[in-house]
Design a binder for this molecule. Structure first.
Ligand SMILES: Cc1cc2nc3c(=O)[nH]c(=O)nc-3n(C[C@H](O)[C@H](O)[C@H](O)COP(=O)(O)OP(=O)(O)OC[C@H]3O[C@@H](n4cnc5c(N)ncnc54)[C@H](O)[C@@H]3O)c2cc1C
Length: 338
């Protein structure tokens, strides 16, 4: 467990949280950034990394994943500390500062907090199987971080969308066997992936179990022995598996944030648009999670809010040092020739 001190704690490493690092950095403020996910990028990375975005000023077209790469690069000049896979669960106030506590038990002491939590922390949609948590992390997974961990395994993959199909195709050459389980006969993935899957099935390299759903996981000490499947008519069958990958999409939840005595308006945080401060002094909200009259939920709106919040935080943390407004062209960034 760690305990560190910083100027600003940013909750959410989506596009808006990442740009807040830059805006704070330009004013000499150091940031720690937290995200529940293991990767930065928020919705852009988790939901549509390859889709082109057309309304980022100055970039006529950029893939969502490319935008995140650029934002990470832009923020890197200010050496942010990232805490990934770390949902923030606790926020305590002490002597005008804030102590944030993550689900991993780490704490950060910050002079101000920026909540850039989007629609809330992302987490996997779990299938309704009572004992599933007993197997998570050892033989049940909701993402594939390292293909080699499935080498020579009997892998079951549940789901019918792009992730399920892509991972079935990617793991087929290294796994001992691949079985896809889907509740419908039709798959929702890209046509090219669906035809690749059918081809693998015809060659006997992938098994497809449809229309079946997961019913039970059998095994002990976190290790799966086999999985029970059932169809809508109650017909059941068992399949042998060492590992189960579930791809049922992501759910979002404001979670702990909704218990921090912040004014909520339809599950969003009400802020003063001039500063982006919430009803709590020192706690700011920007991006999709922040609301005020006529708010536009766009990335570019969130970027401007990051600048508003950063300037207000500067005054809060440096009450005796007036801020001389300067353009980036005048000031430069660390490492630039300006
Ligand atoms: C398919 C699609 C296409 C889109 N196209 C466009 C477009 O063309 N132009 C445009 O402007 N917008 C577009 N959007 C919307 C855009 O993606 C959002 O406005 C943007 O992602 C909001 O950024 P954010 O940083 O506020 O939040 P998010 O991107 O939602 O990131 C929030 C992050 O906070 C994390 N988080 C939340 N709570 C916690 C917690 N307690 N602890 C730790 N981490 C937490 C979440 O895990 C998440 O990673 C699109 C959205 C979708 C789904």
């Amino acid at each position: 467990m760690t305990h560190t001190k910083t100027d600003v704690a940013i909750i959410g490493a989506g596009p808006v949280g990442l740009f807040a690092v830059f805006e704070c950095g330009m004013l000499g403020l150091k940031s720690h950034v937290f995200d529940a996910l293991e990767e930065i990028g928020g919705q852009c990375t988790a939901l549509y990394p390859e889709k082109p975005i057309y309304d980022i000023p100055g970039l006529p077209e950029i893939a969502a994943g490319g935008l995140i790469e650029n934002l990470e690069k832009q923020a890197a000049a200010f050496n942010p500390v990232y805490h990934l896979g770390s949902p923030v669960e606790g926020l305590q106030e002490k002597d005008g500062r804030f102590i944030l506590k993550t689900a991993r038990g780490n704490t950060v002491d910050a002079g101000a907090v920026i909540i850039a939590a989007g629609a809330g922390a992302f987490g996997p949609n779990r299938p309704p199987i009572e004992n599933i948590k007993d197997f998570e992390g050892t033989s049940v997974f909701y993402a594939c971080r390292n293909k080699s961990q499935f080498k020579d395994c009997d892998v079951a993959i549940a789901g019918g969308g792009d992730s399920a199909l892509d991972w079935a195709i990617a793991l087929q050459p290294i796994a001992k066997s691949i079985t896809i389980i889907h509740r419908r006969d039709k798959f929702r993935g890209a046509p090219d992936s669906v035809s690749k899957l059918q081809d693998l099935r015809e060659k006997g390299l992938v098994k497809i179990e449809t229309p079946y759903q997961l019913k039970d996981i059998r095994g002990s000490e976190g290790r799966i022995d086999h999985i029970d499947l059932a169809d809508m008519d109650g017909n059941q069958k068992q399949i042998k598996a060492d590992a189960l990958l579930c791809f049922f999409g992501l759910s979002t939840s404001l979670g702990a944030i909704s218990h921090w005595e912040l004014e909520l308006s339809k599950k969003e945080l009400a802020v003063n648009p001039e500063t982006c401060q919430t009803n709590r002094d020192g706690v700011y909200a920007i991006g999709d999670v922040a609301t005020y009259p006529k708010k536009l939920k766009l990335i570019l709106t969130g970027f401007a809010e990051a600048a508003q919040a950063a300037h207000d935080i500067y005054h809060r943390l440096n009450p005796d040092t007036p801020l001389h407004f300067e353009y980036s062209t005048t000031k430069g960034v660390p490492g630039s020739p300006a």
